[in-house]
Design a protein around this ligand. Structure first.
Ligand SMILES: Cc1ncc(COP(=O)(O)O)c(C=O)c1O
Length: 357
């Protein structure tokens, strides 16, 4: 059987949650499990985390419903909120926390005639300019929401545009907007911090933090590694060497013959490709790990196979190859694909077997 597989390390996930709590000890933790838990498997991650966090975060209703239908009982927040009455009814039926980021969502809540209540996360656009009420409109939104019988309580929430860039003034500007706003409202719990803010902007932690990428053992910062942040890789992507050959100086490899051997080269063919979510446009020279030894990709990534250079290392048919994960951070690989760990994780396709340890 083809051996391309992805292993989820339960202990690493729990270690990373402990790191979130270490950095934000006073805050409640929402674990982001949207986009299939950044490609790690939303149900699996939710099952592992649900008794270790205060809520799970999904992007849209269907992601939350899938978790409820699979038996996840802990609080789930829907970050884009709901868009019609059918969704609203379902959200109350399944006890979802709801983000409210625009006027139409207040009107939907006002029309709700059921008896359920939930936490409303009133979203402020403090400078990211993606979702949320402009600061000047928040007081009115609050005043409209507060008397609604379905509103159990209101949390003020916002999202940072540049929390991963410690030299940018943007986060402090957003925090100043939010601090001013807080003086104009009754005291409310606040939730602003993503992973970068959990790690680097303690003044943003307040009552709830929303941890995503750091849970999965990847660094939100370009110049600080996951290891330096004491985060452990949760996802390891592996496959096997399925063929070997030796080519002469001047021979080319793969589609387009884009790579040419500058010396006699021993090649390994590994059973993974862009059909598995490994980026096709990644550069030749991208590292892979073979039996703990680092070597590189040569030639183009094809749909089911990649060729690697084995000339200088010990390797046999059937040996295991790590594309990223334990021993080779996805953060190291991502720049070769002009990407970020988040995207590499999300792109792994369903034909890659999933294992848990
Ligand atoms: C609103 C919101 N909060 C929190 C997060 C978590 O961010 P990160 O994965 O950088 O921790 C995200 C992720 O995109 C988000 O959209």
């Amino acid at each position: 059987m083809r051996d391309a597989h992805l292993t989820i390390n339960r202990a690493a996930l729990l270690h990373n949650v402990a790191q979130v709590k270490h950095h934000a000890p006073q805050a409640k933790v929402m674990a982001m499990v949207k986009a299939d838990a950044y490609g790690h498997g939303a149900l699996l991650v939710s099952q592992i985390l649900q008794h270790h966090v205060d809520a799970l975060g999904v992007a849209f209703l269907a992601e939350g419903l899938a978790l409820r239908q699979a038996g996840i009982t802990c609080p789930i927040a829907v970050l884009q909120g709901v868009f019609n009455t059918t969704e609203l009814e379902l959200a109350f039926e399944h006890d979802f926390y709801l983000v409210v980021h625009q006027q139409a969502q207040i009107e939907l809540l006002a029309q709700y005639t059921g008896t359920k209540q939930t936490l409303i996360w009133l979203k402020v656009d403090s400078g990211m300019h993606r979702l949320g009420f402009m600061p000047n409109d928040v007081l009115l939104a609050y005043q409209q929401l507060k008397p609604l019988h379905c509103v159990q309580d209101i949390i003020l929430t916002s999202h940072f545009a540049c929390a991963d860039d410690l030299s940018s003034p943007k986060t402090l500007q957003q925090l100043a907007v939010l601090d001013t706003l807080a003086t104009q409202l009754p005291p409310l719990a606040r939730s602003f911090a993503n992973s970068a803010a959990i790690l680097a902007w303690p003044q943003s932690h307040h009552q709830w933090v929303r941890a995503g990428i750091m849970l999965y053992g990847s660094s939100p910062f370009a110049n600080k590694s996951a290891a330096q942040l004491n985060l452990q890789a949760v996802m390891t992507l592996n496959t096997q060497i399925i063929a070997l050959r030796t080519i002469k100086t001047g021979d080319s490899v793969g589609y387009g013959s884009t790579w040419q051997a500058t010396r006699p080269t021993r090649l390994g063919v590994i059973a993974i490709g862009y059909g598995d979510g490994y980026p096709r446009h990644i550069l030749a020279n991208t590292p892979v790990l073979v039996n703990g030894q680092t070597t590189v990709i040569v030639g183009r990534v094809s749909m089911d196979m990649i060729t690697i250079d084995l000339t200088d290392i010990e390797a046999q048919l059937g040996d295991s190859v790590t594309l990223w994960g334990d021993g080779l951070s996805a953060d190291t690989i991502a720049p070769y694909a002009n990407s970020i760990g988040y995207e590499l994780f999300c792109q792994v396709t369903p034909r890659v077997r999933r294992l848990v340890n």
